[in-house]
Write a protein that binds this ligand. Structure first.
Ligand SMILES: Cc1cc2nc3c(=O)[nH]c(=O)nc-3n(C[C@H](O)[C@H](O)[C@H](O)COP(=O)(O)O)c2cc1C
Length: 363
């Protein structure tokens, strides 16, 4: 039986009747409750996990059990990591965490567009701050790979941003396998301006200085899909110079024309309408980088086929958020199995053999 039917028929209609933020809080509560019933949780785990040695992949020196991760923003506090990491994901990116605790924007700030399979959010980095997150994570057992996605506290001005990022990395260094410098969320005023080549160089070098000259773990940078191709390539060139360990493409977009509405909600758009753009960014980045820096592909992935397309377009790892809301908890199984089936059918023994295979070589 298609394991998604249970979600489509029962859970989704129920969750989608609730306001999106309440639905998120409720599913969080259910996961925590469910994990206390070992038989229930083991069953869920066995239905969502898919294991294969072909899916093992080394990126930035880290051994990932499979290429699929939960994108940043789903587990903003770090509390969901123990559950998500046993539900088919090979890595969980927690955060965005900021140096200081902050409430985020006033509610409502999260909106579904079911007919477009899209979400608009203007959450504004609501999070407990790096100190409290460290206390939460310190109590947890380690399962999957954990990424620490850091952003800038809203009240900290851009000039002091490096110290704010550095604070989060310093406090969370012992608990993360990699760190992310998030300079692409649209809901913190000024944050995206840190993507300019000069600004990014300055930010990166200053965070490193704050940390005593070296990052405590491999560090990835997350970019927006609203950069021009030229701006993207300039940033990538700087990433090469700075020896960044990975780039995450992409965050949400401010282009909401795909919603075909007069007055869409303010905020960043994610989900299906972002897929083509994010895939295109992955392709042009891969064409330029050719494996010198790995790409983590995110944006509109909602099926095994879409994940496979992103990998063949150059992503070494993929992440999902909105697809998980629309397709449910069995999506990780579908994604990992589809990729593995493709590897078997094409006589490949490891994932890295198909990364970027759909991107033509420029002579
Ligand atoms: C409600 C919501 C909150 C998000 N919060 C963050 C965040 O805090 N930090 C971040 O880097 N990305 C955040 N994102 C962006 C996602 O990580 C991802 O880059 C984007 O949604 C595109 O992927 P998707 O189409 O699979 O959702 C958020 C996305 C959503 C929908």
């Amino acid at each position: 039986m298609n394991r998604n039917i249970f979600y489509e028929l029962f859970l989704k209609p129920f969750f989608f009747r609730l306001n999106p933020e309440n639905a998120h809080e409720l599913s969080k509560g259910l996961l925590e409750f469910g994990s206390k019933i070992p038989l229930f949780f083991k069953t869920l785990q066995s239905l969502t996990e898919y294991k294969s040695s072909r899916l093992l992949t080394k990126v930035a020196g880290i051994q990932f059990p499979n290429p699929l991760g939960m994108a940043a923003g789903f587990d903003k506090t770090g509390e969901l990591y123990p559950f998500l990491s046993r539900m088919g994901f090979g890595h969980i990116e927690v955060g965005t965490v900021t140096g200081e605790e902050q409430p985020g924007n006033p509610k409502p700030r999260l909106f579904r567009y079911p007919e477009k399979e899209a979400i608009v959010n203007r959450m504004g980095f609501n999070n407990p701050g790096s100190e409290k997150m460290a206390a939460t994570i310190a109590k947890q057992k380690k399962y999957a790979i954990r990424g620490i996605n850091a952003g800038k506290t809203k009240l900290v001005d851009l000039e002091n941003a490096p110290a704010d990022y550095a604070k989060s990395f310093r406090l969370l260094a012992n608990f993360g396998d990699y760190g992310v410098i998030n300079i692409s969320s649209p809901n913190t005023p000024g944050l995206r301006s840190l993507q300019g080549r000069k600004e990014f160089k300055n930010l990166f070098e200053s965070i490193k200085n704050e940390l005593g000259g070296t990052f405590p773990f491999p560090v990835f940078v997350k970019f927006a899909p609203d950069l021009s191709e030229e701006e993207l390539l300039e940033n990538l060139e700087e990433c090469l110079i700075q020896k960044v360990d990975g780039v995450i493409l992409t965050n949400t977009t401010l282009d909401k024309s795909s919603l075909e509405m007069e007055n869409p909600e303010e905020g960043g758009l994610s989900g299906k309408p972002l897929r083509e753009k994010a895939n295109h960014f992955t392709k042009i980045a891969y064409q330029y980088l050719r494996g010198r820096i790995p790409i983590i592909g995110v944006g509109g992935i909602d099926s095994g086929a879409a994940a496979l397309e992103r990998i063949r377009s150059g992503a070494s790892l993929v992440q999902i958020y909105t697809g998980y809301i629309f397709r449910g908890p069995f999506l990780p199984y579908e994604i990992n199995k589809t990729i593995d089936d493709y590897l078997i059918q094409n006589g490949k023994s490891k994932l890295s053999e198909i990364v970027g295979e759909a991107v033509p070589t420029v002579k």
